[in-house]
Design a binder for this molecule. Structure first.
Ligand SMILES: [Zn+2]
Length: 217
C-alpha cells in the first residue's frame, strides 16, 4: 500500500512522507533513542527548530559487532560530507542505509560525539550529560557497552573543511523543518543522541527537539 501522510513540524510547515507511517515520535532535547528498523523501511529525522546536531550510530541487527564505519563511508562517497544519494557503509563495506532524501546538503561524520571529558579539555567546563553518556545509556538497554561505540554520524551538524585541511565546528546551516530520509538496506538498529552540547555551535548553543518518523515506501 502506498499513500501520502502528513506530519506537522514545529514551524507548521507540512512535511509530506511519501509512504505509510509506521511510527512517529518527537525526541526531546538532550534525550537518546534507539530502534530496530527493517530492511526497506525509511527513517526520517526532522530538525524541528534548525541547527540541531543528531549524533547517530547504526548496527547490523543480526550481528551488532558489525556497525557504521565512517572511513569506509567517506572513502566510497569520495567526500568527507554526507549528502543525498550517499550510501552508509559498515565495517565490511556493505550498505547499511542510503540517504534517499536530504534538504540540507551536508552532514558531518568527522567530528565525533561530545563527551563530558572533551568538554573539560576544550572548554574547561562540563555538563550533566553528553552524547557519549547518551550512547552508553542507550547501548546498555541493547546489551552493549562503551566498547561498541564507533565513530558516528552527526546529521545537521556543520563541520566545514577548508583547502588547507583546517576543520571547525561552525554555525549550523539547517533550517526549521529540514530532514533526511534514510532507507534501510538490511535490518538495522539505530541509536541516536539528540546532542546536549551547549559549549559550541553544533546545536546552536540551545539543544532542541527532533522528530523521528519510520515509514514504509
Ligand atoms: Zn553531542
Amino acid at each position: 500500500m502506498s499513500q501520502t501522510e502528513r506530519i506537522e513540524t514545529a514551524s507548521g510547515e507540512p512535511a509530506p512522507v511519501p509512504g505509510h507511517i509506521l511510527s512517529d515520535e518527537v525526541l526531546p532535547a538532550r534525550a537518546y533513542w534507539h530502534k530496530r528498523i527493517a530492511k526497506g523501511e525509511v527513517l526520517r529525522i526532522v530538525d524541528l527548530e534548525g541547527c540541531q546536531a543528531v549524533d547517530t550510530l547504526i548496527y547490523d541487527a543480526a550481528d551488532t559487532s558489525v556497525r557504521y564505519n565512517a572511513a569506509n563511508t567517506m572513502k566510497l562517497a569520495g567526500s568527507v560530507y554526507l549528502s543525498k544519494g550517499c550510501v552508509i557503509y559498515d565495517d565490511l563495506a556493505r550498505p547499511l542505509m542510503t540517504m534517499i532524501d536530504d534538504t540540507v546538503g551536508r552532514h558531518d561524520t568527522l567530528a565525533g560525539a561530545c563527551s563530558r571529558e572533551i568538554n573539560m579539555v576544550r572548554y574547561g567546563a562540563t555538563a550533566p550529560t553528553s552524547c557519549r553518556d547518551n550512547f552508553i545509556a542507550a547501548l546498555a538497554e541493547l546489551g552493549m557497552t562503551a566498547r561498541d561505540i564507533p565513530a558516528n554520524i552527526n546529521f545537521f551538524m556543520h563541520v566545514p573543511v577548508d583547502g588547507s585541511g583546517r576543520v571547525a565546528i561552525a554555525d549550523g546551516i539547517s533550517k526549521p523543518g529540514d530532514h533526511v530520509d534514510l532507507r534501510c538496506e538490511r535490518d538495522v538498529i539505530v541509536v541516536i543522541s539528540n546532542c546536549p552540547q551547549e559549549h559550541n555551535p553544533c546545536s546552536g548553543g540551545r539543544p532542541t527537539p527532533i522528530r523521528l518518523t519510520v515509514w514504509q515506501p
